[in-house]
Design a protein around this ligand. Structure first.
Ligand code: PLP
Length: 382
């Protein structure tokens, strides 16, 4: 969608991209400076393939300080972005042909990564009435003797759902009965939360099964470092060793420069996190208010991330002013792009329909204009 929106923009249309998967802010100045300083002092060679020792220490410090988790530095692996870390984690804990439970809506890459690692994704729909969260009953029903892992993403892309400590404990109680099942977490959006929402890491809330949790986090979203390509995983030492070995063959050591900057991101001034949260919150409130005011749409206020998952059920079966019949959420997104020049992403690709995802990684004024266009589109439906 980003590419199509960009193509249309090049063709002269004023398309508003509500499809972006990265913050529109810039990396904090002091973090950029740390990267520049690393280049200047020639910190430009390979580091250990599992990551530079000082960064692994800094990650261990962060996990202790912010998440209440104790890991030795050798239980931490640094990756070049999180995708390869997820792939390595699935390769490590999933036997070929075995199943991985993926709650839907999910981030689009999980099913592909599970398949690439030889596993079979088992998609479990999580309803809007359950806040788009996996319930213990649904988890219990999805587990078979062939299940080897579940994916746990909080805050969630695309819904912004955040699991409470109690909800995680209830899921862990189910997993206690199934010792062959690992948990691969994705807590990348942990600092993008609103109001009094608190992110609790799965490994912290589920202490009884923590040895079976592969904690994955990264610098892309919370630390506004998408282009630096840096992530980390923490957990059981033998699994971390396997993940490190696989990553060393996929991409070798992560960028030394990015690692130097990441140390500063973890240990330097953290005020940019609060500043970004405040800007995102204002935008979230606008989108939720405007979506709920638009005929036929409704949206839950997401407690985290920078997306709103908009229910467009009442639009299905109707016809747009431009004559497009909206048979599903793909048609909705197509029509919004072509007729309203607003780019969104259909719920179909996240595994739960009929919805579309709005990303609010864009200035407030553009978001207002986009929602005006969506509302006008809604008023033209027959
Ligand atoms: N996990 C989630 C939930 C995401 O939304 C994304 C990116 O959109 C990623 C992981 C990938 O992040 P990266 O590969 O930059 O670490």
């Amino acid at each position: 969608m980003n590419k199509r929106a960009a193509d249309m923009t090049r063709g002269g249309r004023d398309v508003i991209p509500l499809s972006l998967g990265e913050p529109d802010f810039h990396t904090a100045e002091h973090v950029k400076d740390a990267g520049i300083a690393a280049i200047k002092r020639n910190f430009t060679k390979y580091t250990n393939s599992e990551g530079f020792g000082a960064l692994r220490q800094a990650v261990a410090g962060k996990l202790q300080r912010e998440n209440g988790l104790t890991f030795a530095a050798d239980q931490i692996v640094i990756g070049s972005g999180s995708k390869s870390v997820f792939l390595a984690a699935f390769w490590t804990v999933v036997d070929p042909g075995c199943e991985v439970v993926i709650p839907a809506p999910y981030w689009v890459s999980y099913p592909d990564l599970v398949e690439l690692a030889g596993g079979t994704p088992v998609i479990v729909p999580c309803s809007e009435s359950a806040g788009f969260k996996l319930t213990p009953n649904d988890l219990e029903r999805a587990i078979t003797p062939r299940t080897r892992a579940i994916v746990f993403n909080s805050p969630n892309n695309p819904t912004g759902a955040v699991y409470s400590e109690t909800e995680i404990r209830a899921l862990a109680q189910v997993l206690e009965k199934h010792p062959q099942v690992w948990v691969v977490t994705d807590e990348l959006y942990e600092h993008i939360v609103y109001d009094s929402t608190r992110v609790v890491y799965f490994a912290k809330a589920a202490a009884g099964i923590a040895d079976r949790v592969v904690t994955v986090c990264g610098f892309s979203k919370s630390y506004v470092m998408t282009g630096w390509r840096l992530s980390f995983a923490a957990g059981n030492p033998s699994v971390m060793k396997a993940i490190g070995d696989i990553l060393s063959q996929i991409h070798g050591a992560p960028s030394s420069i990015a690692q130097a900057a990441a140390i500063e991101a973890l240990q330097g001034d953290q005020s940019f996190i609060k500043k970004n949260q405040k800007v995102f919150k204002e935008r979230r409130d606008l989108i939720v208010e405007r979506a709920n005011r638009t005929p036929g749409l409704h949206a839950l206020p997401p407690p985290g991330a920078f997306y709103v998952y908009v229910n467009c059920g009442p639009w299905i079966g109707r016809t747009s002013a431009g004559g497009r019949r909206l048979a599903n959420d793909i048609d909705v997104v197509e029509a919004l792009l072509e007729e309203a020049a607003v780019a969104t992403v259909p719920g179909t690709v996240f595994g739960l329909s009929p919805y579309f995802r709005i990303s609010y990684a864009l200035e407030l004024e553009r978001l207002r204009t986009a929602m005006d266009r969506v509302e006008e589109f809604a008023r033209g439906l027959r």
